[in-house]
Ligand binder design. Structure first.
Ligand code: SIN
Length: 366
């Protein structure tokens, strides 16, 4: 009876491939109570394409994200029962382009509450892929536990032929349930790869292999129902950071200004006028700033706004005192953080200090 119900669900959701592959597993798990031998993994759902639905099975762009609830996501992957005792919680339901600082604070607090419980061994967060890398880095800086936290998304909606959500969710739960993931910081699992939340970035608008870590590489593979790690993050994270959500009510305004030919100071002035406490400059090359933008940044700094030089190129270290005299200008450089991740670290840094030396230390540490 349960299998018939599940077949109906998979037809409704368009997840029949997952159903067929998992029917045998469900037969085994049917009627089983939570296993005391398996780790306990909580799946926190936040929306995105993994919870998206399209008009037809061939709709892989132009679908609606954030439609399917967490229980249906879990029911669609009966194989989850083989790797962990999973339970789900819908924290919010958004397309991730609409992510906000307040939603991050809510999610971070819930993750910390759950991980403090003795009966939670790991957490999976289902998330839209558009800002998944940002949420992953935010959590990497504020989660206070060494237990695994794994972000997962999908590039194809749940109704699509060959939807990638079910296998990604299975791999993420397997990773969150694994001892190998303990102490590795917040991880991202998509497309059979394990990546570090700090370093991974979305690089293709629509293909399933969109998450990459330029130059530095991913950490390992999900294969044969287990995690295979080959590297570990070396930057401090989670328990080793100085950021405490219990002491943070809100995050200060920090914005990003993009560098390009013929740029002007207009966006910088507008953001300072709007109350920005920090500006990330996504410069060209090694974080270079256009000569017509620089006066805007130096004026902003004189008003107390923290300026961080990052780069739009996608990889590499910004050389301090390289393309600008950062010591003289009292600027900070973003190390290897891309502009959207530099924004997150600067927001958190500003909850502790407005000293540029201290902020530079944080950019060299996390
Ligand atoms: C989103 O980020 O919510 C939509 C796109 C996706 O999940 O791939």
């Amino acid at each position: 009876m349960q299998i018939i119900k599940s077949l109906h669900r998979c037809l409704t959701l368009g997840l029949c491939a997952a159903f067929v592959a998992g029917a045998a597993a469900q037969g085994v798990a049917e009627g089983a109570q939570a296993s005391t031998k398996l780790p306990n993994v909580v799946i926190l759902a936040t929306g995105g394409t993994i919870a998206g639905t399209g008009a037809t099975s061939t709709t892989t762009v132009g679908y609606t994200a954030a439609k399917v609830g967490v229980e249906r996501l879990i029911e669609a992957v009966p194989e989850l029962k083989k790797v962990a005792n999973v339970r789900g919680e819908q924290v919010f339901q958004v397309a991730s382009e609409n992510m906000t600082n307040d939603l991050w604070l809510k999610l971070g607090r819930r993750v910390n509450e759950l991980l403090a419980q003795g009966d939670v061994d790991g957490i999976v967060i289902t998330h839209g892929t558009d800002t998944l890398e940002e949420t992953a880095y935010f959590l990497d800086l504020v989660v206070k536990s060494s237990k695994p936290v794994v972000l997962v998304g999908a590039m194809r909606p749940s109704t699509a032929i060959s939807a990638d959500g079910p296998v990604n969710l299975y791999n993420a739960a397997t990773l969150a349930a694994s001892k190998a993931a303990v102490g590795k910081g917040v991880l991202v699992a998509l497309n059979d790869q394990i990546s570090a939340g700090r370093d991974v970035t979305k690089m293709n608008t629509s293909t399933a292999d969109t998450f990459r870590t330029p130059d530095l590489g991913f950490l390992g593979y999900m294969q044969d129902n287990r995690a295979h790690f080959y590297r570990a993050p070396t930057r401090k994270h989670t328990l080793e950071t100085e950021f405490d959500l219990a002491k943070i009510d809100s995050l200060p305004r920090v914005d990003i200004v993009y560098g390009y030919a013929n740029a002007s100071r207009v966006p910088v002035d507008a953001l300072v006028g709007a109350g920005a406490k920090g500006i990330i400059h996504a410069g060209v090359g090694d974080g270079s700033v256009h000569k017509d933008v620089m006066p805007g940044l130096t004026d902003a700094r004189k008003k107390g706004v923290i300026i961080v030089r990052s780069a739009r190129v996608g990889s590499g270290i910004i050389a301090r005192n390289g393309e600008a005299n950062d010591d003289e200008l009292d600027f900070v450089v973003s190390d290897t953080l891309n502009p959207q991740k530099a924004r997150i670290l600067l927001m958190l840094a500003l909850t502790r200090t407005s000293g540029t030396k201290d902020i530079q230390r944080m950019f060299s540490t996390y």
